[in-house]
Design a protein around this ligand. Structure first.
Ligand code: FAD
Length: 495
C-alpha cells in the first residue's frame, strides 16, 4: 500500500492525514508531544479545565466535511452550538456593547450605544461578505503556486472585482472612512488580530473576516475547543491512521531530490512514498532539511503576532461576562505600535477573556470560573519576557479589577502562563507566532510558503505557517490543498 508520513498532529496535520487516508494512503503521524492538537489543546489544573489555545470557532462545516468525506455523519461524532452572541465588549469609559449573533440586532445595538448609523454597519458587512466570497475560492481553497489557479473562473471573477476588493489601503484607513465613530472603527479594526496582524498596516482585504463571525456565525464545540482535536484524532484512527506520539522527527530523508522518509529522534528510519510536514515551515527547513537550500525570502517574512495568556482559576462567578468578553484599550494605534514596532506589550492592553465554564459548568468547581486571559504580544525576539509578563499581569489585574469592581488578584486560585517562548517550545512555531507570517504586508498572501516543495519531490507542507495561513479554518483549507496536490496513490500527475 502507498504510504504517507505526517510530521506533526496539529489541526492541519490531522486533517491532512484524514484526507490522505480517505484517498487510499496508509498514513502515519509522527508527533513530538504526548498528545495531538499542537496549539489546539487543553489542560487541567487544580479542578479547572482550560482550552489552551484557540477559542474562536468559525466555519464548523470545514470540520464536518472531514466526517462526510469518510462517509460518516458528523453529528454522531462532533457536536457544536451556534452562539447567540459573539462577544461582550467593554471600554475604559464604561461603554458596553453586546455583539449579537443577528447582524441586524448587532448593527442596531451599535447605533444605540454610540450613535453610529446602523446603515454604516450593514453596508460594511455587505462589503465584508463580498470580499470573502470573491476571494475564498481563489486565495483560500487553492494553491497560489499552480498556474491553473490563475486561469480559473474564480480567478476571472477575482480580477474583475479588484477595484471593489479594497486592496490598496490599510484596514484602519478603510474603517476610518466607513465609520463616523472611533469605537466602531476600533471594533472592526480588531478583526486584524484574528490572524495576528496590525490593522494600521494590514490591507483592508482583512475586512472579510467579520463576515465569518457576523454572517456565518460563531460556534462553540460542546466538548470545548479540544473537542475538535479529539473528534478528528478518533476519525483518523477509524480510517487506519497510525499516531506515534512522543516521536519527534529529526530529519526528512531526501534521495536524488525526492523525499523518501523520516528519521526520528531515536534514530529510526522510516521509508514513505509521500512526506507532509505540519511543523512550522521555518524549523522544517532549518532542522529537518539542513542540506536543502532554504527559501530565505519567504522564511524571512515578519512573523504574525503572538499572545500572552494567563489561565486563571477564579473563585467567583461573573454574570456580566460571556463566553467571549473583550476590554478595549484607549489608544489602539499605540497598542499595535508597541506590539509590532517596539516589540513589547502596551501598558493599557486590550484584554480578551474566554470562559468555557459559561457553557460547560464542569470546567470549573462550583461557584468558580476558568478564565483564559489573552493579550496580544509580539513574536519572540529575545525580549526580557519575565519582566514583560510580570508588568502585563499587573496591568491586567488593575484594569479588570477596576472594570469589574472586584479585586481579581484575591480570587485567583490557580494560575498557568503561556508566552511566545513556551508556544515555540511546545509546538515548534518559529518565535512563538500564533499564525505563521504576518498579513501586515499587502503581498503577504503571495509570500507564504507554497503547500509543496518545488525543489524536493514528494514533499508537502500543511498548517498555519504555509499557504493560506494560520487559524483553524485556514489550516483546514491547507489540508484540502495538500490532499488535492498529492491525489490518490498511483496518480502520476501529482507533484
Ligand atoms: P500546530 O498547532 O502548530 O501544531 C504543530 C504540531 O507539530 C505540534 O503538535 C508539534 O508538537 C508538532 N511538531 C512540530 N515539530 C515536530 C517534529 N519535528 N516532529 C514531530 N512533531 C512535530 N486560531 C483560531 O482559529 N481561533 C482562535 O481563537 C485562535 N486563538 C489562538 C490562541 C492561542 C493562544 C494560540 C496559541 C493560537 C490561536 N489560534 C487561533 C491559532 C491556531 O491555534 C493555529 O493557527 C492552529 O492551531 C495551528 O495548527 P497547525 O496545523 O499549524 O499546527
Amino acid at each position: 500500500m502507498a504510504t504517507a508520513a505526517l510530521i506533526g498532529a496539529g489541526i492541519g496535520g490531522i486533517a491532512t492525514a484524514i484526507r490522505l487516508a480517505v484517498n487510499g494512503w496508509q498514513v502515519t503521524v509522527f508527533e513530538a508531544n504526548a498528545r495531538p492538537g499542537g496549539k489546539l489543546t487543553d489542560f487541567e489544573q487544580d479542578g479547572f479545565r482550560f482550552d489552551a489555545g484557540p477559542s474562536l470557532f468559525t466555519l464548523p462545516h470545514l470540520v464536518d466535511d472531514l466526517f462526510r468525506l469518510a462517509g460518516e455523519n458528523p453529528a454522531d461524532h462532533f457536536r457544536y452550538m451556534r452562539l447567540p452572541e459573539i462577544c461582550r465588549y467593554r471600554w475604559n469609559d464604561g461603554t458596553r456593547l453586546v455583539a449579537d449573533a443577528d447582524p441586524e440586532i448587532f448593527a442596531r445595538n451599535i447605533e444605540q450605544a454610540w450613535g453610529e448609523p446602523a446603515g454604516h454597519v450593514r453596508a460594511f458587512l455587505r462589503q465584508s461578505a463580498f470580499q470573502y466570497r470573491t476571494t475564498e475560492n481563489l486565495f483560500l481553497r487553492r494553491s497560489l503556486h499552480q498556474p491553473g489557479t490563475w486561469f480559473s473562473r474564480e480567478a476571472l471573477r477575482g480580477y474583475l472585482a479588484i477595484p471593489k476588493l479594497d486592496l490598496f489601503r490599510t484596514q484602519h484607513a478603510a474603517n476610518a472612512s466607513r465609520f463616523q465613530h472611533p469605537k466602531t472603527v476600533q471594533l472592526f479594526d480588531r478583526y486584524a488580530t484574528y490572524n495576528g496582524s496590525d490593522p494600521y498596516q494590514a490591507p483592508a482585504l482583512l475586512n472579510l473576516i467579520p463576515h465569518l463571525e457576523c454572517h456565518e456565525g460563531a460556534y462553540f464545540p460542546v466538548d470545548g475547543m479540544i473537542g475538535i482535536t479529539s473528534a478528528l484524532e478518533k476519525l483518523a484512527q477509524r480510517l487506519g491512521v497510525v499516531f506515534r506520539y512522543e516521536t519527534p522527527v529529526t530529519r526528512i530523508l531526501v534521495d536524488r531530490r525526492i523525499a523518501t522518509g523520516v528519521l526520528t529522534e531515536s534514530d529510526e528510519r522510516h521509508v514513505f512514498d509521500r512526506i507532509v510536514s505540519n511543523m512550522d515551515i521555518t524549523p522544517t527547513y532549518r532542522r529537518l532539511l539542513p542540506d536543502e537550500k532554504a527559501p530565505e525570502r519567504i522564511l524571512g517574512q515578519p512573523r504574525s503576532g503572538s499572545g500572552l495568556v494567563f489561565y486563571w482559576g477564579i473563585g467567583k462567578t461573573f454574570p456580566e461576562l460571556g463566553l467571549h468578553s473583550l476590554f478595549f484599550s484607549d489608544d489602539y494605534r499605540k497598542e499595535f505600535e508597541d506590539q509590532f514596532i517596539r516589540k513589547t506589550i502596551a501598558d493599557d492592553p486590550t484584554i480578551y477573556l474566554h470562559i468555557t465554564a459559561k457553557y460547560r459548568p464542569d470546567d470549573a468547581p462550583p461557584g468558580c470560573e476558568n478564565w483564559f486571559v489573552l493579550v496580544n504580544a509580539p513574536a519572540n525576539e529575545g525580549q526580557d519576557w519575565p519582566v514583560i509578563i510580570a508588568r502585563t499581569r499587573q496591568h491586567i489585574l488593575t484594569k479588570l479589577s477596576r472594570l469589574l469592581q472586584t479585586d481579581i488578584a484575591a480570587l485567583i486560585r490557580t494560575e498557568a502562563i503561556l508566552d511566545p517562548i513556551r508556544i515555540e517550545q511546545r509546538t515548534s512555531s518559529a518565535q512563538g507566532a500564533l499564525y505563521g507570517t504576518s498579513s501586515n504586508n499587502p503581498m503577504a498572501a503571495f509570500l507564504r510558503h507554497p503547500n509543496f516543495s518545488s525543489r524536493v519531490g514528494h514533499l508537502y507542507f500543511t498548517g498555519g505557517s504555509v499557504h493560506p495561513g494560520g487559524g483553524i479554518p485556514l489550516c483546514l483549507y491547507s489540508s484540502e490543498i495538500v490532499a488535492s496536490l498529492i491525489g490518490k496513490p498511483g496518480n502520476t500527475t501529482c507533484r
